[in-house]
Design a protein around this ligand. Structure first.
Ligand code: HEM
Length: 87
């Protein structure tokens, strides 16, 4: 049970599943936002464009808060950075 919890949350040496999931979700969402944005710019002005712009904006703002939460959660965990040279 403790091993499972250690896999889910960060340990002092490794990122847990929650952190990894947060990381990759942010990555994928940001990658998707760029072509989505270019697609939006190419659209004629219409109700559909407004709807899609709203989705783009919502995703953009959500990602901002997502990253903020990650930064706060990281500041509460005490990961030891990998050492380049051990003394
Ligand atoms: C990491 C990528 C991106 C993120 C996180 C992002 C996020 C956002 C956010 C938060 C807004 C609302 C800002 C505002 O209304 O002033 C917005 C609006 C918009 N974005 Fe992006 N964006 C990204 C990439 C792009 C790209 C590559 C394009 C197109 C070249 C684009 C086109 C637009 C357009 C057309 C709007 C609506 C502008 C408006 O409300 O006047 N976005 N984006």
């Amino acid at each position: 049970m403790i091993k499972l919890i250690m896999k889910i949350v960060n340990s002092s040496e490794k990122y847990g599943l929650v952190s990894k999931l947060f990381h990759w979700i942010t990555f994928i969402v940001l990658i998707v936002q760029v072509p989505f944005g270019f697609y939006l710019v190419g659209l004629e002005f219409s109700d559909r464009r407004i709807d899609l712009e709203n989705i783009h904006i919502l995703i953009g703002i959500s990602v901002f808060y997502f990253v903020l939460i990650r930064l706060i959660s990281v500041s509460y965990t005490h990961l030891t950075l990998p050492t380049i040279c051990s003394v």
